[in-house]
Design a protein around this ligand. Structure first.
Ligand code: FAD
Length: 451
């Protein structure tokens, strides 16, 4: 008889994976959490790094630190590249090794999503998206550099294009970014720049839908749009983006000249469905069952942005609450199985509501039939986001920074940082061999450097 503790492998230390690991605390199991980043990232505040209110270290913590008191859990920095369901192992690349098999008795995939350019990957070069810390710092560099370039430009007729910011996508991230850039222009340009006329700055939000924040009630979408316009944001609805290049975008056949275009439009799930070779939806999300397992594999769980599951006839949304509740549920189910106890009832998502910020001191909030917009909603937004940050030190740091920024208008992290890789990257031959994540990171750094 085999009396070793069961091996639980969790891939992804985001909202879903971390919640699962915590739910397995004190379980007699050997838990391995693998993530290609060493940190857990609080994505809902990523846009605040991109618009220089917060620094990267204020919205992310090392996963190892978060789980330091959990003696049954080992954290591994590595990128998973595949799963062998028959041999029951995942393959991971680390800094100096490739395709290392990591065996499991239970597997939980919580690998999230990345941004999707809807088949137009050529847009990425000109319109970065916002998914990880490196993206947020690259976007911050781009925005801050636009102001610096305009200040250095002696011909004021060129200022307009340099100070035109285009956000593609009117979901929460697009709206939050657009309103935050508008606030940044007001607070920073007037007091610190001498040659730029703030009235020349143009912030354009483009979406092909008929309203911004389309997942909220119509009245709240209308409040958000009115607030954006009050802040000077040009909201262009019902307009698809046909082209993005170094000169700007073409939306609905019209050229909008801009040096700073930011993509906030779509997401694509991780390749977990391909690793498993199981049924997915049209976007590639793994179809799972009510107990969050993959059909025919009671030992494999998929949670968060990389799965699809219907509840009340509709797919669950790709939000942090779904990932956390699923992670917690999967952790409890694995714990029950290990203890030989009956399984809990099928997963049921409890929707606590949605929120989005539209500039300083204004947010919209919807929870079932309750709707609120304005300052009170913003206070609720701030309180809830502070509560969900992963450590107390982050909560204190972010709270103090917000109070300071609210009172003085000054930002916490307005630095243009150009990363310099230590190893030269040559296009194909002779390049040092890196795992996917590291290579992507390094190429991204090169891209930032080239800007
Ligand atoms: C800019 C932005 C703003 C958002 N704002 C909100 C908001 O306000 N409210 C809200 O509810 N939701 C928001 N979301 C969505 C929310 O962040 C996601 O729904 C949530 O993160 C999903 O959790 P997850 O565990 O599935 O994935 P994630 O939290 O993305 O975690 C995935 C983890 O897997 C790791 N990983 C991925 N692939 C591999 C691999 N091959 N090998 C090893 N590790 C891997 C990643 O490094 C990451 O740590 C926002 C998302 C973004 C991008």
């Amino acid at each position: 008889m085999n009396d070793r503790p069961p091996r639980v492998v969790i891939v992804g230390g985001g909202f879903g994976g971390l919640a699962a690991a915590k739910a397995l605390k004190n379980t007699p199991a050997q838990i391995t959490l693998i993530d290609r980043n060493n940190h857990h990232l609080f994505q809902p505040l990523l846009y605040q790094v991109a618009i220089a209110v917060l620094g990267p270290g204020q919205i992310a913590s090392p996963i190892r630190t978060i789980l330091r008191r959990q003696r049954n859990t080992t954290v591994v920095l590595g990128e998973v590249t595949g799963v062998d369901k028959d041999r029951r192992c995942v393959f991971a690349n680390s800094a100096d090794r490739e395709s290392v098999p990591v065996p499991y008795d239970y597997l939980l995939l919580a690998t999230g999503a990345s941004h999707s350019y809807f088949g137009h990957n050529e847009f990425e070069k000109f319109a970065p998206g916002l998914k990880g810390l490196a993206d947020a710092v690259a976007v911050r560099n781009k925005i801050l550099k636009a102001f610096e370039t305009a200040e250095a430009e002696e011909d004021p007729s060129l200022h307009r294009n340099l100070l035109t910011f285009v956000l593609v996508g009117g979901g929460p991230t697009g709206v939050e970014m657009a309103s935050a850039i508008a606030t940044l222009v007001r607070a920073m340009v007037q007091s610190e720049f001498r040659r730029i006329d703030p009235s020349l700055a143009r912030i354009v939000l483009v979406d092909r839908g008929s309203r911004v924040l389309g997942t909220f009630a119509e009245s709240l979408s209308a409040d958000a749009k009115a607030r954006l316009e009050e802040l000077g944001v040009e909201v262009r609805l019902g307009q698809g983006v046909d082209l993005i290049d170094e000169e700007g975008v073409i939306a609905n056949g019209e050229r909008i000249a801009s040096k700073t275009v930011i993509w906030t439009a779509g997401v694509a799930p991780s390749p977990a469905g391909k690793w498993l070779g199981v049924e997915t939806d049209h976007a590639g999300r793994v179809k799972i069952q009510g107990d969050l397992t993959v059909p025919g594999h009671p030992e494999i769980f998929v949670v968060g942005d990389t799965m699809t599951l219907n509840q009340n006839g509709k797919p669950l949304p790709g939000v942090a609450q779904v990932a956390m509740q699923q992670g917690r549920y999967a952790g409890k189910l694995i714990r029950s199985r290990i203890a030989g106890r009956p399984a809990p009832r099928p997963f049921s998502y409890f929707d606590k509501g949605n929120m989005a910020v539209v500039g300083k001191g204004f947010a919209i909030l919807e929870s079932h039939k309750f709707r609120l917009s304005g300052f009170l909603a913003w206070l609720a937004w701030a309180g809830i986001h502070l509560e969900f940050l992963s450590t107390s030190s982050l909560r204190v740091a972010v709270f103090l920074q917000w109070v300071w920024t609210y009172l003085t208008g000054q930002r916490g992290s307005r630095l243009i940082v150009n990363y310099h890789g230590t190893e030269p990257v040559h296009a194909e031959q002779g390049a040092p061999k890196l795992s996917g994540g590291r290579r992507e990171e390094q190429l991204r750094s090169e891209h930032v450097r080239a800007e």
